[in-house]
Design a protein around this ligand. Structure first.
Ligand code: 6CS
Length: 365
């Protein structure tokens, strides 16, 4: 409860301060104005013009997306001898997750960590990440596919670029697990009429409707209270997020289902990125690539750490139940029908990107 209150207070304060500052003629909070973005010829450092970028994340201080953005900022600062300064914004500082998508599209921010689950109404194909049991259970293999997939890094990227968003990299934040009250979620029967909180993707909703649940989309900023009040019965997330956002405090069960992988994207405003000097764009690409291994280690560390923290939190006991392979197979079978639904009803390209991705996954297996 203490963690939650501190974080919510942090969001509110950051939002208040930042929106006020943005409203005041684009000042980013340290005396520079928006006009600095892209360089003004003054204050050149080494080979690069001084510039200030904004990097917004969907998570708060200490969480995986936020520490990723901090690390990215530090490395760019060093590589450019201090010419590129990146202001990192935690979740809430610039509004909700969907507000952040708009801000990146419009170029109000240059960079964002984005979850495809919040772009479902915009890029139909991006919803393929909502498909359960698509990626291998082995998370390192999944990351390898995310790094090398042409379906994702070329074909899907082009779909996002139609909206002025370039995903430069896809990376996992860990396997997703379910939390609930009253009973663990070991079979579709237990999802019957279950109020399941989901992100805003129609295909995520379809996936849970297929299990018999009533999905409700909402921002995670409202989720602790919604779980506490019983507005929703449960939710899905990687373990580090469940622990750090303290959802386990207001839930009785953690069901280890690993039914999906939480995939995040490092994204940039396409027009801005293409307008960067070649040398600088190469540094952005290089840093993004370097961080793929770094963030894999980070999510692994945080997921381990928070599993132990949840297990040891005797003030807020959580029963942890791991699904057997037979139990997972029952969910898997239902999820395969949702894959067909995606192909026929959701994908604007007849499932072509998914077909290619499935071939790439099969090659890895
Ligand atoms: O459940 C969510 O919406 C949040 N989960 C994670 C792991 N990151 C940010 C996202 O908004």
């Amino acid at each position: 409860m203490i963690i939650f209150n501190k974080k919510i207070f942090g969001f509110a304060l950051a939002m208040f301060l930042t929106l006020g500052l943005l409203a005041a003629c684009g000042d980013d909070g340290d005396g520079d104005t928006e006009g600095d973005t892209g360089g003004d010829g003054e204050g050149a450092e080494g080979d690069f013009e001084s510039q200030q970028w904004r990097f917004v994340t969907e998570e708060v201080e200490g969480q995986v997306q936020y520490v990723y953005a901090e690390e990215f900022a530090d490395r760019m600062y060093e590589k450019t001898d201090g010419a590129v300064e990146i202001d990192v914004y935690e979740f809430g500082g610039l509004g909700s997750e969907t507000d952040q998508v708009d801000q990146l599209m419009q170029g109000t921010v240059e960079m964002a960590i984005m979850s495809p689950g919040f772009t479902g109404d915009m890029v139909d194909e991006g919803q393929l990440f909502a498909l359960h049991f698509l990626f291998p259970d082995d998370i390192a293999t999944t990351q390898d596919i995310l790094n090398n997939s042409e379906a994702l890094n070329t074909d899907l990227r082009e779909r996002y670029e139609e909206h002025n968003i370039s995903p430069l990299a896809f990376w996992t934040e860990g396997a997703m697990q379910w939390t609930s009250n009253d009973h663990p979620l070991t079979s579709p029967d237990e999802f019957e009429n279950f109020q399941m909180r989901v992100q805003t993707s129609p295909l995520i909703m379809e996936s849970y409707e297929a299990y018999g649940a009533n999905p409700q989309d909402m921002s995670w900023g409202e989720l602790y209270t919604a779980l506490d009040r019983g507005t929703v019965d449960g939710q899905e997330n990687p373990i580090f997020f469940i622990g750090d956002a303290s959802f386990h405090e207001v839930q009785d069960y953690l069901t280890l289902a690993s039914h999906n992988n939480y995939v995040a994207m490092t994204t940039v405003n396409t027009e801005w990125y293409e307008g960067l000097d070649d040398d600088l764009r190469a540094l952005v690409d290089e840093t993004t690539e370097e961080l793929q291994d770094w963030v894999f280690e980070e999510q692994d560390r945080q997921n381990e750490e928070f599993l132990t923290a949840i297990e040891e939190d005797t003030d807020n006991p959580t029963e942890i139940v791991e699904l057997t392979e037979e139990e997972r197979d029952v969910f898997r079978e239902i999820a395969m029908d949702v894959r067909e639904f995606y192909r026929n009803e959701v994908s604007g390209v007849g499932g072509e990107i998914l077909d290619k991705l499935e071939e790439e996954i099969a090659e890895h297996e």
